[in-house]
Ligand binder design. Structure first.
Ligand SMILES: [Zn+2]
Length: 425
């Protein structure tokens, strides 16, 4: 599908969408390589068979040839006509079977008779073909030859990681998945926007560190996080960007916590700028890798931005034809605005306070006492803030350590400044 796009996001989609990007596959690796020519990418490799928490990394899978033929040799379906014709991670098969058995191994979409569904069986061993529903009526014989020349072998699950270091180690992680053969919106569109964003963000001076991850869905997140547990405490917030290129309005799915800073900022930005915005709770709009990042034992607040649902999902209809450049740009700008809001809120206002006082400050004498009836949390943290004014932590760090709102701590520490109790360094 060579097209003359000027938009770099569409170029990436055109270049990669038709590849066989199964979760561990040559097509996936080639796609990561393509991205690594646009942005610097560290590639994490996790070998097949590796135990990752309760999961195990599957084998690499490839397929050379697959078809269904009548016994006479008349071909009914051929992998060469469309890569989706064979179920991803299908077992090899070479036999003559009855029509009844064949039908058990065929997947079609009665609601979309012209579409070839995208189907996979990563963890259960089975074989299967995917076929246009309207083609089923051509199956008039009693016996068929089924042939799939696929291979399972040891390989490496790969995760592309573009980390852009900011002043703080505190990291916002942005995730999209690069797997799914021949699917454009799910989720190459997300990948493409994040690649463009990474390029743009790397040219700025940032307060936060940004980590962009391009991975195979679910198992990629599990493999990456289980192998990098020590960095999890630095991953403060996350955005999962998926299916952002079709013509629907944007939707926002909140984090599991539902009211963290990323939820509040995303809500505020998107309510102002996105027409007819739909907002839903965790796992109520779309279900994906946020279950890993925001799930048990990890729990990084992660919102999910998408244009879900759309009818072409997981079918041959999910091609660049349904991707709108304008919608891609809108989604990119939305994420960028959210990140900017994070940056502006903190980077302009943050400073390192150093005390000039000795002994505990006489709070009520300086008008610094906080009534517990009015603000219990701040009241309980007043001394903890006072003990952190040694010139080695910024206001942001203090707020973060105490799990408090940055603005609230800033307002309070500013009062110390106005009374001459701290210097700004
Ligand atoms: Zn999908």
């Amino acid at each position: 599908m060579p097209k003359n796009h000027k938009n770099t996001m569409m170029e990436l989609i055109d270049a990669l969408w038709f590849k066989r990007r199964d979760i561990i596959s040559d097509g996936f690796d080639e796609s990561l390589k393509y991205i690594s020519k646009i942005i610097p990418l560290k590639i994490h490799k996790i070998p097949s068979g590796t135990k990752c928490w309760t999961w195990t990394v599957p084998e690499k899978w490839s397929v050379k040839e697959a078809y269904i033929e009548e016994v006479s040799g008349k071909r009914i379906l051929d992998l060469n006509d469309h890569p989706l014709h064979v179920m991803s991670y299908s077992l090899p098969v070479n036999k003559i079977i009855g029509k009844k058995e064949l039908l058990k191994h065929l997947r079609s979409r009665p609601d979309m008779p012209k579409a070839i569904p995208f189907e996979f069986k990563y963890y259960e061993r089975d074989w299967g073909f995917c076929i246009q529903h309207e083609k089923l009526k051509e199956l008039s014989k009693e016996k068929y030859k089924v042939f799939i020349d696929s291979k399972f072998e040891k390989g490496n699950l790969k995760v592309g990681d573009c980390t852009i270091r900011g002043k703080s180690k505190k990291t916002i992680v942005l995730v999209s998945h690069l797997c799914h053969p021949c699917q454009a919106n799910d989720d190459l569109a997300g990948v493409s926007i994040l690649v463009d964003l990474a390029k743009e963000i790397s040219r700025r001076n940032n307060f936060y560190t940004y980590k962009f991850l391009f991975l195979p869905e679910t198992i990629g997140s599990v493999a990456y996080l289980s192998g990098n547990e020590k960095i999890i405490p630095n991953l403060k917030y996350g955005i999962f960007l998926e299916m952002p290129g079709n013509n629907n309005n944007l939707t926002l799915q909140l984090s599991r916590q539902g009211n963290t800073k990323i939820d509040r900022i995303a809500k505020k930005i998107m309510q102002n700028k996105c027409p007819n915005l739909k907002i839903g709770g965790f796992r109520e709009i779309v279900r994906n890798d946020e279950m890993v990042f925001n799930g048990p034992g990890v729990d990084i607040p992660m919102v999910s931005i998408s244009r879900w649902p759309y009818s072409e999902y997981h079918t041959s209809g999910d091609s660049p034809k349904i991707i709108s450049v304008e919608k891609m740009k809108e989604a990119k700008k939305t994420v960028l605005d959210i990140l900017r809001a994070f940056e502006n809120e903190i980077s302009d206002k943050d400073y390192v306070p150093k005390r000039t006082f000795k002994g505990p400050v006489f709070l009520s004498g300086y008008g610094l006492w906080i009534d517990w009836r009015k603000n219990k949390k701040l009241n309980q943290n007043v001394e903890k803030i006072m003990l952190r004014l040694e010139g080695d932590k910024s206001v942001f760090d203090i707020a973060d350590e105490l799990n408090m709102d940055f603005k609230e701590v800033l307002e309070y520490v500013d009062k110390f400044f106005k009374k001459g109790l701290i210097k700004k360094i």
